[in-house]
Each structure stands twice: as C-alpha cells, then as structure tokens.
Design a binder for this molecule. Structure first.
Ligand SMILES: Cc1cc2nc3c(=O)[nH]c(=O)nc-3n(C[C@H](O)[C@H](O)[C@H](O)COP(=O)(O)O)c2cc1C
Length: 143
C-alpha cells in the first residue's frame, strides 16, 4: 500500500498538516510526502492513495495546486478507482470549505473514491493535528 501526499504551503500550515497525515498513513504502509515544488503529477500513477493539500486562496485551492491538477489531465482515465484525499488551510471556515470542495471535486473527476480530510482555520492546534494523523491512518485502511 503506497500513499502519496502532495502539499502546497508557502506559510507552513499545510506542511504541518501533511506531516501529521503522513505519520498516520505510515501505519498502513509506504508513504511519500512531497511539497508541490518537488512533486510531479506522474507520481500519482504509482500510488494507491493520493492526498492533496492546499491553502485556500480566494475561496479556492491555490493556483499552484490547480496547475498541478490541470497537468494531471495527462493521466485522466489512469487514476480511476484509486482512493483520493484532500486537506486545506484557510483564514475563514466558509472559504476553507470551498477550497476543500474544489480539491475533492478535482479528484472525483479523475474517478477516485474521495474522502475529504481536515481543514485548519488558522494555525492548527494539537487536536487538529491529531485529527490529521487519524485521517491519514483511516484513509489507507479502506484500501
Ligand atoms: C493570495 C491569498 C489569498 C487568500 N485567500 C483567502 C480566502 O479567500 N479565504 C480565506 O479564508 N483565507 C485566504 N487566505 C489565507 C490562507 O488560506 C491561509 O493563510 C492559509 O492557512 C495559508 O496556508 P499555508 O500556511 O499552508 O501556506 C489567502 C492567502 C493568500 C496568500
């Protein structure tokens, strides 16, 4: 079981969430965690579970994450049936929910079975990071 976690995080919140999710996912097998700058959409082909994390920018995912997803169209039809996950951070609950939904819809368009993950509104506290870890463990269990 291989989990790929790709995050965009200029201010570090999604990075902290990604590391906590990775900690949970490690209980189910191999985990590759990469910042968006290091990752390539091609890496999604080798993963059983694909989790994307983005800050909320104007009530959507960041344009950098959107670019990554747009580029993944090359693998449209090859990612069907994989497990998809997403997480986000934002300043407000309302906008953050929209960003999370945008991520989730993108993975659904690829034909993945999606389970939305945590949203951190502001700096994540211990409970939120625990939620991330539990999510990382849970999402791989269903494979
Ligand atoms: C260009 C830009 C646009 C943003 N737009 C929103 C927004 O529409 N709604 C919101 O709640 N937060 C918005 N934010 C705040 C970020 O979502 C928030 O700081 C986030 O936690 C940053 O994540 P990171 O630490 O992983 O980079 C915006 C931040 C930036 C830089």
């Amino acid at each position: 079981m291989r989990t790929l976690i790709v995050y965009h995080s200029p201010e570090g919140i999604c990075e902290r969430m990604a590391m906590a999710i990775a900690k949970g996912a490690e209980k189910n097998g191999e985990v590759v965690v990469k910042s968006l700058e290091e990752a390539s959409p091609k890496e999604m082909l080798e993963a059983d579970v694909i989790i994307l994390g983005s800050p909320c920018y104007f009530a959507n995912m960041s344009w950098q994450m959107k670019k990554f997803i747009d580029e993944s169209v090359e693998f449209y039809n090859s990612l069907k049936g994989k497990k998809g996950g997403c997480f986000a951070s934002s300043a407000t609950l309302k906008d953050g929910k929209d960003a999370l939904l945008a991520l989730s819809v993108a993975l659904e368009i690829h034909g993945m079975e999606v389970e939305e993950g945590p949203l951190s509104v502001g700096v994540p506290d211990e409970n939120l990071l625990k939620e991330c870890e539990e999510y990382g463990e849970r999402i791989g269990k269903s494979r």
